[in-house]
Design a protein around this ligand. Structure first.
Ligand code: ADP
Ligand code: MG
Length: 329
């Protein structure tokens, strides 16, 4: 099958070529044409998934299609942007139709859910590598940035970070989980939910936001640095996330240090970490309810630089939780 037949068969779903607000021209010409509505800024982000680095060759292609787009939509969510369109640059060793069929099914299921149209890309032979660029709309000046947290803001995280990492520990043979906990955590790792509705609902409420790809503390650290503030994290809140991440009897077989590490340093969850002034705490809960996403307050920012972990009795525990860095590991 030639390159163009391949694009037509797997990436030009006629249903998705429908007219979408903000997209004047999709696949087929040299460029796609986007037309942001007046008063909107275009939010743009790219993420690349490389075989052997971000996923294994054995991963289900449908889950991979989902994840490749999900990690990109997560960046739009972290900016409070509404998804509009995306491009797909794909290199693969050979044309494997079963793989392409599964991959495009997973990709388009999530694209459809968010009315995000595939408007172009590039296809070439090479090692399996998937690069997606997403385009979204955000009202001018309202994007959630990393740089605008203020000392004294509350710090929140969505969902149950740590679940993806727990599944990874099972795959690595380090721990075992019950069948149902493994199924749950594995689906968080392989099919993360980008918090797109929550991100948009937090516009005008959150003071800063980031999505968690490399670990909660590490990614929160980017907010702290960009905003020139420090933070205190409440370990009882972290323990409460761990207790909800897997079922209680299972949680009981791990020590609390291990579970804290899963929550604080485990990556790949694509949850949102954000800050909000205390007077917005009710608005945060409303945004969470409206977007059907649980959020947990895990601490406060402070004018004292650095990040401190606070035990329930108030004493400060050492921070030994490292997050993931592609060039360090
Ligand atoms: P060019 O050579 O001008 O870059 P291509 O031959 O690479 O164009 O692509 C032809 C059309 O197909 C373009 O509109 C391009 O955006 C689109 N396209 C190529 N690969 C993909 C893909 N993997 N997914 C979606 N659209 C694609
Ligand atoms: Mg090309």
């Amino acid at each position: 099958m030639g390159e163009f037949d391949l694009i037509k068969r797997y990436f030009m779903d006629p249903a998705l070529q429908r007219k979408q607000a903000g997209v004047d021209l999709g696949i087929g010409d040299d460029c796609a044409l986007l037309a942001p509505a007046p008063g909107m800024q275009l939010a743009i982000s790219s993420d690349m998934l490389v075989e052997g680095r971000h996923f294994l060759s054995t991963v289900n292609p449908e889950a991979l299609g989902h994840k490749a787009l999900a990690v990109n939509l997560s960046d739009l969510a972290a900016c409070g942007a509404k998804p509009v369109a995306f491009t797909l640059a794909l290199s693969m060793p050979r044309v494997d139709e079963a793989w392409l069929e599964g991959f495009s099914r997973g990709l388009f299921a999530l694209a459809d859910e968010h009315s995000c149209t595939l408007i172009g890309g590039d296809t070439t032979a090479g090692p399996l590598n998937i690069c997606i660029t997403v385009f979204g709309h955000v009202p001018t000046g309202q994007a959630l940035l990393r740089s605008s947290a203020k000392a004294g803001d509350d710090i929140y995280v969505s969902g149950l970070p740590g679940q993806a990492r727990l599944a990874l520990e099972v795959f690595r043979g380090n721990i075992s989980l019950s069948e149902s906990d493994f199924a749950l955590t594995r689906s968080r790792m392989e099919r993360p939910t980008p918090r797109v509705a929550l991100g948009q609902a937090l516009r005008g409420i959150a003071s800063s936001a980031i999505d968690v790809s490399d670990g909660l503390l590490g990614d929160l650290g980017h907010i702290l640095k960009a905003s020139s503030v420090g933070a205190e994290i409440d370990l009882y809140a972290i323990d409460s996330i761990a207790a909800r991440a897997i079922s209680m009897p299972a949680a009981g077989q791990f020590d609390s240090k291990f579970l804290r590490e899963m929550v604080l340093a485990g990556g790949d969850d694509y949850e949102l970490v954000f800050t909000a002034p205390t007077e917005h705490s009710e608005a945060v809960q409303t945004a969470a309810q409206m977007s059907h996403t649980q959020v947990t307050c895990i601490g406060q920012t402070s004018s004292e630089p650095g990040l401190r972990l606070r035990e329930a009795d108030g004493h400060i525990a050492p921070n030994s939780f490292a997050s993931f860095d592609h060039f360090k590991s």
